[in-house]
Design a binder for this molecule. Sequence first.
Ligand code: FES
Length: 154
Amino acid sequence: MVGVGGACCGRTGRNARDWVLRRRAKTNSFPPSIHSISVTFHDDKDGSSTTVAVPIGTNLLEAAHGARVDLEGACEGSLACSTCHVIVEDPALYAAMPEPDDDENDMLDLAFGLTETSRLGCQVVAKKELDGLAVRIPGATRNFAVDGHVPKPH
Ligand code: FES
């Protein structure tokens, strides 16, 4: 593994760090490490798949945006929309996540194409047990926050 500032391919110090940063910018991904997990986003809108190394503690919305994956996030993670809806492909990895809380469930109820393994990307935080996670981004979203709809409590 290449460390920032370490020797790499004959590069040392600042040259090595610059090379790593340029490489990361070019590939939009970070090399996997014990500090990150591999997550694949399958986008139903265009059929693309993108696998990125997601640092532990980062949520899937931040990870997607960092890798230029087209996952909406109209409310920027404040649980006021369902545009960051993702569908976890592996039920075992879905079960390894903390349960969605009531606020997340309320927003999920408004999501387009809700499934048994749906989550809001901004609420799923990378942890070691989720390495290899794959999620689908549905082909459409509902954005009631922008449309002016105010969800009623149950
Ligand atoms: Fe709005 Fe996740 S970005 S709930």
